[in-house]
Design a protein around this ligand. Sequence first.
Ligand code: PXP
Length: 250
Amino acid sequence: MASVHQHLRLGVNIDHVATVRNARGGSHPDPVRAALLAAKAGADGITAHLREDRRHIVDADIERLMATIALPLNFEMAATDEMVALALRHRPHAACLVPERREERTTEGGLDVVGGQGDLGPKIARLRDAGIRVSLFIAPDKAQLDMARHLGAPVVELHTGPYCHAVAGAERQHETTRLADAATHGHGLGLEIHAGHGLDFETVGAVAALPEMAELNIGHFLVGEAIFVGLDAAIRRMRAAMDTARGARA
Ligand code: PXP
């Protein structure tokens, strides 16, 4: 069984630095510069999602990230042949498989590994064989966790979107319990547990406090907050919020 994690890693997702850059089609602001800054501010990893439509991160960003950053890169990708080939070429530290639909504004649901894609297992195996740590972005649901384990993924990332969107109170509590139960169940299966999507200074605490949690991936809020306080300060405050929640639990 995987051990319960003391240090909770923070992966900073830099996609939306590229969103702002692409709004004008130039080279500023540069997501690679953001990644270097995130490292100085205490990030443990960098996450970037190369979407099929290249709406934010583009292929050249992945090349530059791989060549430039010292932190591990978590390459978010759809489970397509094109993306598997790119992952095998770049060999990032990790690959997080996410569902992707062209019309969505962001990744809306988890990957349906139970209902799903028959060739997910072979894709996971190809990435694993290349030394890439594979995670599956799934809903906090026991059946999804069981299937993730069955398919041979060492890591799952629990989708925190419904928790973050839930109204504070009973609804939020229900979603918190779902995440807690999923983290416990997944950890019991030997899976490493990550979480992400929609987290901010307010919502991060309850997720960070889950003892089985090993990594949180956070992007949109940090890049938005950076407009007001700068990326360095936003990341440091998130790191502190995670540490406080972790400490309160200890
Ligand atoms: N984890 C996964 C798998 C995601 O798809 C996203 C969104 O790209 C995130 C984490 C980060 O979510 P947010 O940008 O809302 O913090």
